[in-house]
Design a protein around this ligand. Structure first.
Ligand code: SAM
Ligand code: SF4
Length: 441
């Protein structure tokens, strides 16, 4: 590794928004320890991968990537594996890739400064706190990459143990930050000029203030009151912990966005039970009825899994009928993939991959039709968007609605909009995955 006067690192991130935000905090920590971030592996003394193991053979991809760069070892580079694959595979990573110096799961990131010193001294370092810690990774040193949307993790880990999911094993126990520290971070972001805040957690609405001063819905209201914050989003909500006061908060606070991401996974109560999701189809639909009953037009999105072990054709059809009953604006859909250490790994993964693919295609086509139909209702609406950028080739600005839809729009000659600014746009055309419009003068 180059000398301490020029400590450089390259960091590549895989996976969810939580990982992306964890990486912002890891980068801030490294910068504070005197490291400089570089854009290529070739330029770096320390190469880090922040990994995801939620689906597929993610761990194999990481080993392939490490293998590709083995030849760079001779140049004195060091390698580290962070995130879910690190926690899941643990010290096995050293056996399969002996040239790796650092293996750390997200529950250990608060020890990063000490771990960096160890690897700089030529030692190996492991941070595999797993489910032992009650502490969150709080840092003042977040290197934020998005200049207008600030992410704040309010709860880490998960205690739900869905039968298919690695998260409780890779991200540790569920632990919430104090509302005091969350609000302080929100005010700090507003002072820095951020106008949108996105609260993050594997189950953001399972939030429990450790000082028991406020509920999740009250925290939403308090963040909506922060001067300068125009939009507040929160993801992901777990249906079991979704309470009516969250809908009341959205109705009461203009800053809270018109959107709830409430993953259902399956429309069949039998499959939900096998998945250990902790709610029935009817209980889920009860929560949807609260949201449909709101004064605001709250957009709903979801995650769905097809081909969970034992899912019959009839049970799959219950998922299709649930899409009609809810009317999601969009959904992330996945084929079930068996994951190490999870309870479902013991069940026979008997549904052939071709059948999972067929169900996925049927589900996607149905959701595409629902999204297309639902987007048409916006034609003629004037919708406020936050500008995210411009597509020069098409001469269109890219905006994001409160309902989290992409709205591409044009404007009169000479118009210029900065990323992060807000514009009112009239919707003229709709597609299943986006809206098109013209800026209002
Ligand atoms: N905590 C959130 C919840 O309970 O809805 C989900 C977080 S998880 C990181 C994101 C999504 O990945 C899940 O909602 C699920 O649809 C999908 N997922 C997780 N494990 C999976 C598996 N083994 N196979 C397929 N999809 C999976
Ligand atoms: Fe995974 Fe279930 Fe926890 Fe979501 S609630 S992170 S799907 S175990």
């Amino acid at each position: 590794m180059p000398g301490s006067s020029d400590k450089t690192f390259y960091l590549e991130t895989f996976g969810c928004q939580m990982n992306v935000h964890d990486s912002e905090k890891v980068i801030g920590t490294l910068l504070q320890q005197g490291y400089r971030q570089v854009p290529t592996v070739e330029e770096a003394g320390l190469v880090l991968y922040n990994t995801c193991s939620i689906r597929d053979k993610a761990e194999q991809k990481v080993f392939h990537r490490l293998n590709d760069y083995k030849k760079l070892l001779a140049q004195g580079k060091k390698f580290g594996v962070l995130g879910c694959v690190a926690q899941q595979e643990g010290e096995k990573i050293f056996e399969r890739a002996p040239y790796v110096s650092l293996v750390a799961g997200s529950a250990s990131y608060r020890h990063l400064p000490a771990m960096l010193v160890q690897i700089e001294n030529g030692q190996r370092s492991t941070g595999l706190d797993d489910r032992q810690t009650d502490e969150c990774f709080e840092t003042e040193l977040t290197a934020r990459t998005n200049p207008y949307r600030g992410y704040i993790t309010i709860i880490e880990g998960c205690d739900k143990f869905c039968a298919y999911c690695v998260v409780p094993y890779t991200r540790g126990k569920e632990r919430s930050r104090t509302s005091q520290s969350v609000l302080a971070e929100a005010r700090q972001l507003a002072d820095l000029g951020y106008s949108e805040i996105q609260l993050l957690g594997q189950n953001v609405n399972s939030y429990r203030d450790p000082q028991q001063t406020i509920t999740f819905a009250e925290l939403l209201l308090a963040i909506g009151e922060v001067q300068g914050i125009e939009r507040v989003r929160f993801t992901t909500s777990h249906p079991r912990d979704f309470t009516r006061d969250i809908v009341d908060a959205i109705d009461a606070s203009p800053a809270l966005c018109d959107h709830v991401h409430l993953p259902v996974q399956s429309g069949s109560t039998r499959v939900l039970d096998a998945m250990q999701r902790l709610y029935t189809r009817d209980e889920y639909l009860e929560r949807i009825a609260w949201i449909h009953g709101a004064r605001r037009d709250i957009s709903l999105t979801s995650d769905l899994i097809v081909g969970f072990p034992g899912e019959t054709e009839r049970e799959f059809e219950e998922t299709l009928s649930l899409l009609d009953a809810v009317g999601y604006d969009s959904a992330f859909t996945f084929k079930y993939s068996p994951r190490p250490n999870t309870p479902a790994i013991g069940l026979e993964d008997a549904i052939p991959d071709e059948e999972k693919s067929r169900r996925l295609a049927v589900l996607n086509e149905k959701q595409r039709q629902i999204s297309a139909h639902r987007n048409k209702r916006h034609i003629g609406d004037i919708v406020r968007v936050m500008v995210e950028g411009k597509n020069e080739a098409r001469g269109q600005w890219i905006g994001r609605t409160s309902q989290i839809k992409v709205l591409n729009f044009t404007a009169g000659a000479g118009a210029d909009f900065k990323a992060g600014s807000y514009v009112d746009v009239m919707v003229t055309t709709t597609f299943p995955n986006s809206l098109v419009g013209v800026a209002c003068e």
